[in-house]
Design a protein around this ligand. Structure first.
Ligand SMILES: [Zn+2]
Length: 433
């Protein structure tokens, strides 16, 4: 009798487990065979719509990442072998790193600093909720009050931006020059992990960018915060990929011939002897020494996911930094379409351009607010957090000729994929005073 009950119970558990697995994997399998091939096709069709806009500014556009991690951070193992090919693949021209310091004293520069195969790397730091790039040789004592550290960096010409803007900050501190308006890590925080793991197991290889994109949510609270801060003072908006290349399982040889397993956040999880029965898992070491890799958040996909487009005179740290602080940048989801060529500007009575994104302009000197884009989309004009106009047609250009009020006017663009309009580009505002 007991054996019989036990048998049924086992069968029931097995049945429930099977149902759970079917529910968990049905979506990913459907996406693999139906949704993703269709979506991939639509993205490549959309990308054919690219039209090169006329250059409207003397400044050049440089693509780059602000807020990423390398081996210098305790939770990353990233080296140039991974970073540079990924940056080149994504068409990046600069990376402003934000490595976590190793202790309370941080000396900058450290780690990677300079031009590596035409990719400019500037070291910075991320701690206590800010991204900073002192742009100079400094020693930061992280035991000091955070606002004091910020003040010191800014008064020496450095950059301080709010990082992880989903968390509380001293929003009123006037030293901060900008904030993350999108951070991939922030975006993933509200996700239930199991469905994404299942999706990644099925689609992580063939459709990795689309599988990562599955976690996207529009960051409405953060954008609202950005708008409200911009009503009081200028706060530059930028995107952070926050790539660590660390949500992975990897293995490498130790000096004594044993194998070390490294798990998420670059934590060593085990070491083992290489035996005849486990040898087959390992391949020849790659340039970074890995003999086994199961990767989720790679630099390759991270750098391509969302990109900052900075308008600057030259590809140099000083020019990039100056223009970053001015808000001469827009940010877009590059894996959908490359936004290089977009421009947002104002014109005066004589139709001459008198301000570009990030600039301030006197109200009696603006006749129109205009934008051009390399791809057709829906333009949204937002004034101090309120949408004042949404273009009815998906177009390559936008012009707003109505009477303006004082305040910050920014542009958002949505593009149509799979029949739906989805957020694609965020521009810094033009400040009308
Ligand atoms: Zn980070």
């Amino acid at each position: 009798m007991i054996i019989k009950v036990f048998k049924y119970l086992l069968l029931l558990i097995f049945g429930l487990l099977l149902i759970a697995l079917i529910i968990l994997f049905a979506g990913p399998v459907w996406r693999h065979w139906v949704t993703y091939p269709k979506l991939e096709n639509q993205i490549s069709e959309f990308q054919k719509l690219r039209k090169e806009p006329v250059k409207l500014s003397n400044l050049n556009v440089y693509r780059g990442v602000l807020h990423a991690h390398s081996f210098w951070s305790h939770d990353s193992e990233g080296t140039l072998f991974d970073i540079i090919p990924a940056a080149k693949n994504a068409g990046l021209e600069f990376i402003f790193l934000t490595d976590h310091p190793r202790g309370n004293i941080d000396t900058i520069p450290r780690g990677y600093n300079g031009n590596y195969e035409r990719v400019l790397i500037q070291p910075g730091s991320e701690k206590q909720g800010f991204d900073c790039w002192p742009l100079d040789s400094v020693v930061i004592d992280w035991k000091l009050n955070k606002d004091t550290i910020a003040k010191n960096i800014v008064s020496n010409g450095g950059i301080i931006f709010y990082a992880h803007t989903e968390e509380p900050h001293n929003w009123g501190n006037p030293d901060y020059q900008g904030m993350e308006i999108y951070n991939f890590h922030t975006d993933t925080k509200d996700e239930t992990l199991a469905p994404h793991i299942a999706n990644f197991l099925v689609n992580g290889n063939k459709y990795r960018p689309l599988a990562l994109r599955e976690m996207f949510d529009e960051q409405t609270h953060i954008l609202a915060r950005w708008d409200s801060l911009n009503m009081k003072r200028k706060i530059v908006g930028f995107s952070a990929v926050d790539t660590h290349e660390n949500q992975n399982f990897r293995a490498r040889y130790l000096k004594d011939g044993r194998v070390e397993w490294v798990g998420p956040n670059a934590n060593v999880i085990d070491t083992m002897e290489v035996k005849w029965w486990n040898k087959w898992i390992f391949s020849k070491p790659d340039p970074s020494g890995w003999i086994f890799k199961f990767m989720v958040d790679t630099y390759n996909e991270g750098f391509n996911y969302i990109t900052n487009y900075v308008l600057a005179d030259t590809l140099s740290v000083s020019s990039l930094a100056t223009n970053l602080k001015k808000g001469h940048l827009y940010t877009a989801f590059k894996s959908l379409a490359d936004a290089k060529g977009f421009m947002y500007y104002s014109r005066n009575e004589n139709d001459s351009i008198n301000a570009i994104l990030g600039d301030s302009v006197r109200i009696d000197q603006v006749k129109t607010l205009d934008a051009v884009s390399p791809f057709p989309g829906q333009f949204k004009l937002i004034h101090d957090g309120k949408t004042v106009n949404v273009s009815t047609e998906e177009d390559y250009q936008f012009s707003w000729k109505e009477q303006l009020k004082k305040g910050a006017y920014r542009i958002e663009m949505h593009i149509r994929l799979n029949g739906k309009l989805i957020p694609w580009l965020y521009s810094n505002p033009i400040y009308v005073y």
